[in-house]
Design a protein around this ligand. Structure first.
Ligand SMILES: NC(=O)C1=CN([C@@H]2O[C@H](COP(=O)(O)OP(=O)(O)OC[C@H]3O[C@@H](n4cnc5c(N)ncnc54)[C@H](OP(=O)(O)O)[C@@H]3O)[C@@H](O)[C@H]2O)C=CC1
Ligand SMILES: O=C(O)[C@@H]1CCC=N1
Length: 271
């Protein structure tokens, strides 16, 4: 794929996407350009680690770009678009990974008929395992969707969704890994409190999460059946599940996803 990509914003998400694209050789390092607001040390590290080009010359960067990936925090969107807006050309594909921000908002700020794609990857992009959803703005044609899909397929699995679903996506697969890590942390604490050493606990829990994920992917069974298959009458799993139910596990998870989803909606409303 020979598109030149400019990352505006170079935090953990931009790095995860970039690392995935380079690892899968979807984009050559000479075709990746990166800028941020002010952290020169960070840009230097990124350049040294990945061999990509870095610059603060926004005009030059935008002149080179076929695809612009917006990867700053939502609060910094207006300022950063102000800086690059004069140099944006209508044929450039703009991809935003910002939580909550509607394509319409970006289209309005840019003030041109650019194709704007909203994407929600997750940090597993770093190793090629992102679950990424993408939604199209009003000037996006099939060719631009294909480009965005190809880029994000390089870092994992991609689903095209209606933009209305993006707040839910942000909660379940954008933030989702953090919720799973929190679950793992709690399991580890329980194992350590029971006297197990940390290395053994880490190895067993990590493999358990990987195995459960692979079963969900490969067994053809829904999660409920896989759970039932483990649950012997009067056994250990039943005892553990009883405690989860007694403490309203499902309600807590639904509330967690709802909070994340509502926060995504709020972020969008700040514009
Ligand atoms: N982290 C995650 O798991 C996911 C994050 N996202 C989204 O990705 C986006 C980035 O998140 P994350 O990587 O965690 O954030 P970080 O805080 O790690 O990085 C933000 C980056 O934006 C840069 N920036 C700020 N203002 C400007 C500007 N005016 N011009 C150019 N660059 C600017 C910062 O530069 P400097 O350091 O110089 O200030 C920094 O490089 C967010 O919008 C988030 O919603 C989406 C999916 C998952
Ligand atoms: O917490 C956040 O706002 C970002 C969006 C999804 C994951 N992290």
């Amino acid at each position: 794929m020979c598109k030149r990509i400019v990352f505006v914003g170079c935090g953990s998400m931009a790095e995860a996407i970039m690392a995935g694209m380079l690892q899968t050789k979807t984009v050559d390092k000479n075709d990746i350009y990166v800028t941020n607001k002010q952290d020169e040390g960070r840009l230097g590290n990124i350049e040294a680690t990945y061999g990509v080009q870095t610059s603060y010359d926004k005009e030059k960067l935008l002149d080179l770009a076929d695809v612009v990936i917006l990867a700053m925090k939502p609060k910094d969107l207006a300022e950063s678009l102000d800086e690059i807006r004069p140099f944006i050309r209508e044929e450039q594909l703009i991809i935003s990974v910002l939580a909550g921000i509607m394509t319409e908002t970006i289209e309005e700020i840019i003030g041109k008929r650019n194709a704007v794609v909203r994407a929600m990857p997750n940090t597993s992009a770093q190793i090629g395992y992102s679950a990424t959803a993408i939604a199209a703005g009003k000037y996006v044609d099939q060719e631009k969707i294909n480009i965005a899909e190809r880029l994000f397929q390089s870092i994992g699995v991609t689903k095209v969704v209606a933009e209305d679903d993006m707040h839910t996506v942000t909660a379940i697969s954008g933030s989702g890994p953090a919720f799973i890590y929190y679950f793992v942390e709690a399991m580890t604490t329980a194992a350590l409190e029971a006297g197990m050493d940390e290395q053994t606990a880490d190895a067993l829990i990590t493999q358990t999460i990987i195995g459960a994920g692979k079963m969900l992917e490969q067994s053809g069974e829904p999660a409920s059946v896989l759970r039932e298959n483990i649950t012997s009458v009067g056994g250990t799993t039943a005892a553990g599940l009883e405690t989860l139910k007694a403490n309203e596990f499902e309600k807590i998870i639904i509330a967690c996803i709802e909070s994340a989803r509502n926060r995504s909606i709020d972020l969008g409303r700040t514009f």
